[in-house]
Design a protein around this ligand. Structure first.
Ligand code: ZN
Ligand code: ZN
Length: 146
């Protein structure tokens, strides 16, 4: 949309070429030319409506709790265990490698007790082990040796 000299919005007249393909090119050129301005405008609009958007997002998340859960878990897996979480669980046949429990499982980094920095964690399958929550705490308190 452009503005006329009174400041009103007017739809931009198409150039003489009426072939559909060319019309498309023309629109793309216009987009590229005005990209900065458009992006700025959309950022502004986002800032203006930030609260409304966040409410809408929350409502969507409430309606789609299952989907959100899956997304979050996927994200977590990708970041924390380099995507190896499922592989390790399968290898350890979904059970704690200390006591054999099969519920409330967590994945533990074997080198984690020494190296507490979780960034750049060693996510090699050999460095990961399945534990239940209880045993995990014991391992971190050095009450159980693996
Ligand atoms: Zn256990
Ligand atoms: Zn751990």
């Amino acid at each position: 949309m452009d503005r006329n000299n009174k400041g009103q919005f007017v739809s931009r007249p198409l150039k003489e070429c009426v072939y559909k393909g060319h019309e498309k090119d023309y629109k793309r050129d216009w987009y590229l030319k005005n990209k900065k301005r458009l992006l700025k405008r959309s950022r502004e609009r986002y800032q203006e409506n930030k609260e409304r958007y966040s409410v809408a997002t929350k409502l969507w998340q409430m309606r789609n709790a299952e989907k959100v859960k899956v997304y979050k878990q996927k994200n977590k897996d990708a970041i924390r265990f380099g995507g190896n979480r499922k592989i390790v669980l399968k290898r350890d046949s979904n059970s704690c490698q200390v006591c054999g429990k099969t519920d409330k499982l967590v994945i533990h980094h074997l080198d984690e007790t020494e190296n507490r920095k979780k960034m750049n964690a060693n996510n090699n399958i050999d460095n990961l082990i399945t534990l239940c929550r209880g045993c995990h705490i014991k391992v971190h308190r050095n009450k159980v040796k693996i």
